[in-house]
Design a protein around this ligand. Sequence first.
Ligand SMILES: O=C(CO)[C@H](O)[C@H](O)COP(=O)(O)O
Length: 160
Amino acid sequence: MKIAIASDHAGFPLKEEVRDHIRKLGHEVHDLGAYNTEPSDYPDFAVLVGKELMAGTAERGILICGSGVGVCIAANKMPGVRAGMCHDTYSAHQGVEHDEMNVLVLGARIIGSALAFECVESYLKAEFIATEERFVRRLNKVRAIEKQYMPSVAGTTLAS
Ligand SMILES: O=C(CO)[C@H](O)[C@H](O)COP(=O)(O)O
């Protein structure tokens, strides 16, 4: 799978570990920064991951900041991006299965690398359950909200 990953300075150490871990699992990883712990601004990195999803150059994204909150808020401003902060493995796979989450968000100041790796693996193994009518119905309602309240980007969506 092609995966875009990015973090701000606070997420940088965990991002490095997660990036190496998912490369070892055999995925193609696009590391979009940050590349050091110099202070940086999380929206700048959230948008880089969102752009890869919108362009279809990545199928899934992973974003990391200190808490996870900032990058989650910023990423969800982009059309077609469904980012969820998951610090447990159940949410990490259920978010994909029920809600077609396409960006996993982690807080580097909240969880350690061992749990982060398990969350990432649960997320990457999961698939949206498109055969369940209720999940598709709810996803379409989410898309309708996006279309109504992001009118300037109506028609712009993910390449999926
Ligand atoms: O978690 C974050 C946003 O939700 C940021 O990583 C955090 O705010 C960075 O803090 P600081 O600039 O004090 O290192």
